[in-house]
Design a binder for this molecule. Structure first.
Ligand code: DQA
Length: 146
């Protein structure tokens, strides 16, 4: 059982990037917590961060036929702009969970619309790094029920 965790642009700066909005944990902290939770449950995780839209799209394509059961994605600013990431996710048949550290609905209006939400099976916003763990938990539980 395999999950792909995708982090979009600027999330490599977590920890020092607007910590009042995004928290003080680094991306490594978040990925480590996910690896740990996955391992305990016998799941494999691949985590990837990119500042480049096409790299994220290529990773989604690769997930179509390598046995990936689900994608947990924080598309960051591409959430609000990327029809291309939406199209790639539409070509992926597993579960998709969209995660945002901040509550995007409490922020500027341009953050209220998400292209990715048109595809996502679930959306989590505003729970900080806990949101990723909740997303992984949902993926694992759904697979157990299936
Ligand atoms: C974000 C919210 C986006 O609006 C923003 O562009 C980000 C991060 C979040 O995790 O809260 O880069 O996806």
């Amino acid at each position: 059982n395999k999950v792909l965790i995708l982090h979009g642009p600027n999330l490599n700066l977590l920890g020092t990037r607007q910590p009042e909005i995004y928290g003080s944990e680094t991306l490594n902290d978040i990925n480590n917590a996910l690896y740990e939770k996955a391992a305990v449950n016998g799941w494999d995780i691949k985590a990837l961060q990119s500042n480049h839209e096409g790299v994220l799209i290529d990773a989604i394509h690769a997930a179509r036929d390598d046995g990936t059961a689900a994608i947990v994605i924080n598309p960051a600013a591409y959430t609000h702009t990327s029809v291309a990431i939406l199209d790639a996710l539409n070509a992926f048949e597993g579960k998709v969970i969209e995660v945002h550290l901040s509550n995007v609905h409490k922020r500027e209006s341009f953050r209220h619309h998400s292209y990715v939400s048109l595809r996502a099976d679930g959306v989590i916003a505003g729970l900080g790094s806990q949101g990723y763990l909740a997303a992984l938990d949902a993926v694992i539980r759904a697979a157990e029920r299936a």
